[in-house]
Design a protein around this ligand. Structure first.
Ligand code: FAD
Ligand code: E0Q
Length: 456
């Protein structure tokens, strides 16, 4: 049997580590270079835990690599959004009808650990503490620097850049050939804080464990996701400039504390390290990255955030990056694919999908920040949920298509638009949606909307 071509991956984040696992399991020689230290040596980032919501797309990709169970064992189930509005008891808005449609909060470090373990077991070679500095595409050589500052070069055959939004592979590719890069910054940024685990090991969670907590405040918001150890990672999303409050106006620690005391007093009471955390943690920038081209011939390709970083408000960046890795692995392993056009084919299939989730992620910010408290929005949502129940083959909320199915993102977006128009029409027909004749609405919906595409 001819030996399979060697693949070199830069970055052992979700996309790179999953791709390494899938390819190594199929018998490809795989080398991974990652700037961070080996996750087996413990969490980096000064011990800070950062977590992510894992949904069906990501979970499916992890199942294909045989790591879903190990990952879920370290995740916390989230049944829905738990919305905190001043003067009202907090409310759980379930993501689905029951516990079959839930999200999983997973620590970035735990995910890296499980994925790199699986990839190594399958035979991939990892080189942690190795940062890519440049690529010589003419000589097919990587220029790397180790944690100790040593420079080295390594040859490669096929290169995959999975090195995140600030990709060094992308920069090196651009120097060789323009990729048509456009970055659209969001005027909002974020800061990560923490609710520590409680002292009682029998009840370590200070607030409800099984939800994604949201404190929406119109032009800004705070969220909290549970960690397996009982702590929560808290993220404040706030404009950078403009009318207060913004990151400029809370630059002084006392001003940050005043904002939380005023707007999030319940949260502030749970964060004993608020002042030091707020001062020490950086303000993270957000935006959407678009490239016209993800590859340099058959030599190099970008996946995950390196190719298409998006805003985090749909909780899909990692899920989409894992889906990328699965799809690239399938393309590379497909014997009917032409080796010279593999990367072009991957981009051709995938880019319409990542463009769609980029747009939907931006839209979800508006929904998150204010619509969850808007009565008109709640009426729409209510009718949508009822149509989904009475005409399930013809109506599926867009959020559900994105989060709990593997229907292509572009299909979910286009179908969502159609359904939205139809909902508007129904709401005009029934002045009181609560009193709508559901059987009639279901029949009309079946006539109006074609059956949903069967999941692939
Ligand atoms: P990354 O996770 O960025 O991994 C890149 C890896 O490459 C890193 O390990 C890095 O150390 C390494 N690297 C970088 N440069 C070099 C170099 N020069 N040499 C060697 N190695 C290098 N997504 C979700 O699905 N759900 C969520 O709930 C969610 N929440 C989010 C919240 C926030 C505040 C943000 C900012 C993002 C969130 N995301 C979420 C998005 C998610 O974090 C990313 O989409 C995902 O991490 C992308 O994975 P990746 O493997 O492409 O890149
Ligand atoms: C999810 C799960 C960072 C982040 C991650 C998320 C979500 C949100 C708001 C945010 C979207 C939602 N959401 O609840 O509609 O579903 O991942 Cl801000």
């Amino acid at each position: 049997m001819p030996s399979l071509p060697a693949i070199t991956i830069i970055g052992a984040g979700p996309a790179g580590a999953l791709l390494a696992t899938l390819l190594a399991r199929a018998g490809h020689p795989v080398d991974v270079f990652e700037r961070r230290p080996d996750p087996e040596l413990g969490p980096g980032e000064g011990g800070r835990s950062i977590n992510l919501a894992l949904a069906e797309r990501g979970l499916h990709a992890l199942r294909q690599a045989g790591v879903a169970e190990a990952v879920l064992a370290k995740a916390v189930m989230m049944r829905g959004r738990i919305v905190h509005v001043p003067g009202q008891p907090s409310q759980l808005l379930r993501y689905g009808p029951d516990d079959r449609e839930v999200l999983w909060s997973i620590g970035r470090h735990q995910l890296s650990l499980e994925l790199s373990r699986a990839a190594r077991l399958a035979g991939a070679s990892f080189h942690f503490g190795h940062s890519l500095e440049d690529v010589d595409f003419e000589r097919s050589q990587l220029q790397l620097r180790t944690g100790e500052g040593h420079r080295m070069t390594r040859p490669f055959a096929r290169l995959v850049g999975a090195d995140g939004a600030g990709s060094a592979v992308r920069a090196a590719m651009q120097a060789r050939h323009p990729l048509g890069e456009r970055f659209e910054p969001l005027d909002h940024a974020y800061k990560e804080l923490e609710i520590p685990a409680g002292r009682d090991p029998a009840a370590p969670f200070a607030i409800e464990a099984h939800g994604l907590h949201i404190w929406p405040r119109q032009s800004y918001m705070t969220i909290a996701l549970p960690n397996h150890d009982g702590s929560f990672t808290v993220t404040l999303f706030l404009p950078q400039h403009g009318p207060a409050p913004n990151f400029d106006s809370v630059a002084a620690p006392s001003a940050a504390r005043a904002l939380f005391g005023e707007e999030f007093p319940d949260l502030l009471a749970l964060m004993p390290e608020f002042d030091t955390d707020f001062a020490a943690h950086p303000v993270g920038r957000l935006g959407t990255l678009y490239l016209q081209q993800w590859h340099l011939g058959a030599q190099a390709v970008l996946i995950g955030d390196a190719a298409h970083a998006i805003v985090p408000f749909h909780g899909q960046g990692m899920n989409c990056s894992l889906e990328d890795a699965l799809e690239l692995a399938e393309t590379l392993l497909d014997p009917t694919e032409e080796p010279g056009t593999l990367f072009a084919r991957f981009q051709q299939r995938r880019k319409p999908q990542t463009d769609a989730i980029a747009a939907m992620a931006l839209e979800n910010y508006i929904e998150m920040r204010d619509s969850v408290t808007d009565p008109e929005f709640l009426a729409r949502r209510q009718l949508a949920a009822e149509l989904a129940r009475v005409a399930p083959q013809h109506f599926m909320p867009r959020y559900r298509m994105v989060t709990f199915t593997r229907l292509p993102y572009a299909y979910a977006m286009q179908r969502g638009r159609q359904q939205d128009q139809w909902l508007g029409e129904l709401l005009r027909r029934y002045a009181d949606p609560g009193g709508a004749d559901l059987a009639a609405a279901a029949a009309a919906t079946r006539l109006q909307l074609a059956p949903l595409q069967p999941p692939s």
